[in-house]
Design a protein around this ligand. Structure first.
Ligand code: HEC
Length: 140
């Protein structure tokens, strides 16, 4: 374990810090104040990179998020399994993003699309605008 006397240059905040350093770098961990600062900087850059990556994933559509949105907003009528017909709505697995957008935002259809049902029961849900790509990724 940590023996403070032998680590004269160490200036972290105690044995825990030392152990963490050992674990991460497997070194003597004789650093002074500026090194921990570097780790903080690194951690911040890493966190920012992660968030940026998350945003990219979102732009491309996040199927897991789409499933969540689907479960909350769609299965009152559509089947939990979008490949099967639901209590009220038809099967919608494989729907294009354009179709999902038209249906969900304005309860319309893309130009030239032949609807599965002639009915007009589905309400528009424009508040889901930010989740169209996610829904499309899930219904793919
Ligand atoms: C109140 C019931 C209801 C809800 C809630 C609902 N739908 Fe529908 N949906 C329908 C019905 C019924 C149809 C068939 C056309 C019609 O009657 O509007 C349909 C049609 C569709 C179609 C077109 C199918 C085709 O190829 O013709 C898509 C895509 C669709 N729904 C997606 C969704 C998504 C995504 C959600 C959730 C965000 C959702 N629906 C929520 C009832 C619903």
């Amino acid at each position: 374990m940590y023996e403070r006397g032998s680590e004269t240059n160490f200036s972290g905040d105690g044995p825990e810090y030392y152990d963490r350093c050992k674990l991460l770098f497997n070194s003597n961990c004789q650093f002074s104040e500026k090194y921990p600062m570097r780790f903080v900087t690194f951690a911040v850059i890493f966190a920012v990179a992660l968030i940026a990556a998350g945003h990219l994933a979102l732009a491309a559509g996040d199927a897991a998020k789409g499933k969540q949105v689907y479960t909350i907003n769609c299965i009152a009528c559509h089947n939990m399994d979008p490949g099967k017909a639901g209590a009220i709505g038809p099967a919608i697995k494989g729907s294009s993003q354009a179709l999902i957008m038209a249906r969900v935002l304005s309860a319309t259809y893309p130009k030239g699309y032949k609807p599965k049902r002639p009915t007009k029961m589905m309400p528009p849900m424009p508040h889901l605008k930010a989740n169209i790509a996610d829904l499309a990724a899930f219904l793919k």
